[in-house]
Design a protein around this ligand. Structure first.
Ligand SMILES: NC(=O)c1ccc[n+]([C@@H]2O[C@H](COP(=O)([O-])OP(=O)(O)OC[C@H]3O[C@@H](n4cnc5c(N)ncnc54)[C@H](OP(=O)(O)O)[C@@H]3O)[C@@H](O)[C@H]2O)c1
Length: 211
């Protein structure tokens, strides 16, 4: 499978390394492509840098939008047409950095990144909120854990999106566990009860039921 990754910063670079380690072919883009080129050089032959965000979608079966929340809408509008009929994986949390350098929430309490992003996507896209449920450091170190794999929670409305993202989660070295539809994605995001947890499958399933 060929995966486009738009955004090669803190979380996009770890997603790319895990997917490349699992055997995926990657197409990368970033704002000015400098970080994308550095990452592609680290990964080697499995990753190529595209010219821009539209070019990165050429031949891609799925796209990961590893962008800060504030950049998502503009990029979705830029690539709306090639997004149709693709799996779209979004790890973005609804947070930004304020003028003092502190983390600030960008949406009212109770509103999730998943719900808002779902409203921005063109009809026909298959959205899965995934890969943003842990900090980049934990996500980097928890891949291919043994004897029991660590869980990556995800949310998706569409069954096909669920199957496709589960395959990517396994490829990245984790066990997929679905929390529910996109309306549940707030549980996975910053401030949610399932955010930043490293747990095995049995504990994950009991946590889902326990909310
Ligand atoms: N970092 C974490 O620990 C973590 C963990 C879980 C979830 N998340 C979520 O993941 C999202 C990304 O966070 P991050 O830490 O990876 O942010 P980041 O380090 O700032 O990386 C953002 C990336 O987006 C790229 N970008 C910005 N505008 C773009 C555009 N118009 N077209 C293409 N690429 C563009 C940047 O390109 P350049 O490199 O060229 O500047 C950069 O590679 C956030 O919503 C965050 O909440 C982050």
């Amino acid at each position: 499978m060929t995966i486009a990754i738009i955004g090669t910063g803190g979380i996009g670079s770890v997603i790319a390394r895990h997917l490349a380690s699992g055997g995926e072919t990657l197409r990368l883009s970033s704002a000015d492509n400098k970080s994308a080129r550095t990452l592609a050089a680290q990964i080697g032959r499995a990753a190529v840098v595209a010219v821009d965000n539209r070019d990165v979608m050429q031949g891609a079966d799925a796209v990961v939008l590893a962008l800060r929340f504030g950049a998502l809408k503009g990029v979705i509008d830029e690539i709306a047409e090639p997004l149709t009929d693709k799996l779209v994986v979004v790890p973005s949390n609804p947070v930004g950095i304020d003028a003092q350098g502190h983390l600030e929430r960008l949406l009212p309490e109770g509103q999730s990144s998943g719900k808002v992003v779902a409203g921005w996507l063109p009809a026909g896209t298959r959205l899965a909120m995934a890969f943003g449920t842990m900090s980049a450091g934990l996500f980097e170190s928890s891949s291919n854990r043994s004897p029991e794999p660590a869980v990556l929670f995800y949310a998706a409305d569409d069954d096909r999106a669920g199957e496709e993202v589960e395959r990517l989660i396994r490829t990245a070295g984790f066990a997929p566990v679905k929390v529910g539809g996109i309306e549940q994605s707030g549980r996975l995001e910053v401030g949610g009860d399932l955010h930043d947890l490293v747990v095995g499958p049995a504990e994950a399933r009991s946590l889902i039921g326990g909310a």
